[in-house]
Design a protein around this ligand. Structure first.
Ligand SMILES: *[C@@H]1O[C@H](CO)[C@@H](O)[C@H](O)[C@H]1NC(C)=O
Ligand SMILES: *[C@@H]1O[C@H](CO)[C@@H](O)[C@H](O)[C@H]1NC(C)=O
Ligand SMILES: *[C@@H]1O[C@H](CO)[C@@H](O)[C@H](O)[C@H]1NC(C)=O
Length: 282
């Protein structure tokens, strides 16, 4: 969509700044090389209005797992270094008439983990939920999600590399083994060396290069501030517009096309494992 939200200009500012430094110094300095004078680079207005959403048919948004294999696996920070959350999705979303929600109790939420890749001895169990988006208006399509799993790992050591896999071992449907690194103990001298902040990523022809650029700079921590995709610029039948109110002035309620959310995570992650499976933390 030709659309930039609130944080769009910040994102572009960030990217421009990054390329400027790269060209001039060969690499981005860390905060440890500072302090630096803040640099402001004006927004290049020619970027505005040229980000076009990937269509449903693009190979980059196709589903890559089968049955109840985990997908959209991500790792998120907790409030303290000794805990992280692992989240993922199993099963397919449904959209249309007479949809039947999946039963979240049918698929377990298990993370097996440990410091030794060849023996993941520790196990954590979590919860799973689904959500529905139902429209009581004729002609609008209802949506029900895949099963969303959340598992909290606790008692972790600081600044330590852990290996993990997630899923339901009884099906069996487990992921392959990924890894993350916990945060150091907070102190004036210990913090991630590189923090990437990104927002308004969308799901456009340009998102690939933005993510590649970000991961290419090897961040220790990624802060995803939101607006990852614009499901709210679509009708429930999948028809989108750059301006919802201009194109669809007569809809009985502001519709959304929820599968765009699923495309963003599940169908994007396999192409960028370093982004999704190192997750928001590595
Ligand atoms: C969607 O769900 C609502 C609420 O249950 C129901 O009234 C409506 O008929 C459903 N629509 C379709 C297309 O199945
Ligand atoms: C965005 O993607 C389009 C299509 O691939 C490309 O033509 C354009 O140059 C990209 N824009 C930026 C700012 O990289
Ligand atoms: C979706 O609904 C809109 C508005 O009713 C209509 O113009 C459009 O053709 C529909 N698209 C599809 C793919 O059915």
């Amino acid at each position: 969509m030709k659309y930039f939200g609130v944080v769009g200009s910040i994102l572009i500012w960030f990217l421009v700044f990054v390329s400027f430094v790269e060209v001039n110094k060969g690499q981005i300095p860390t905060t440890l090389d500072g302090p630096f004078k803040p640099v402001t680079v004006p927004l290049d207005q020619s970027f505005r209005g040229h980000a076009v959403d990937l269509p449903d048919t693009d190979s980059r948004v196709q589903r890559t797992v089968e049955g109840f294999e985990p997908e959209q696996i991500s790792v998120s920070l907790s409030a303290t270094y000794d805990s992280i959350w692992v989240s993922w999705i199993t099963g397919e979303y449904q959209i249309g008439d007479n949809i039947k929600p999946l039963d979240p109790s049918k698929v377990g939420s298990v993370v097996q983990y440990g410091k030794d890749k060849s023996s993941l001895r520790r196990k954590a169990i979590g919860q799973s939920v689904i959500y529905n988006q139902l429209y009581p208006f004729e002609g609008l399509q209802n949506y029900t999600s895949g099963i969303i799993h959340h598992v909290q790992l606790t008692g972790l050591k600081p600044d330590t590399l852990y290996y993990y896999r997630c899923g339901d071992p009884s099906i069996p449907a487990m992921s392959t083994i990924y890894h993350f690194k916990t945060m150091p103990i907070s102190s004036p001298k210990s913090y991630p060396k590189r923090i990437a902040i990104v927002g308004d990523l969308g799901l456009t022809y340009n998102t690939t290069s933005t993510i590649s650029h970000l991961t290419g700079n090897n961040p220790d921590l990624v802060l995803l501030v939101g607006d990852v995709t614009y499901a709210n610029l679509y009708l429930t039948n999948g028809t989108g517009s750059d301006c919802y109110s201009c194109s669809f002035p007569d809809t009985p309620i502001h519709e959304t096309y929820q599968p765009r959310w699923d495309y963003w995570g599940s169908r994007w992650c396999p192409k960028f494992p370093s982004w999704c499976w190192r997750g928001t933390m590595r």
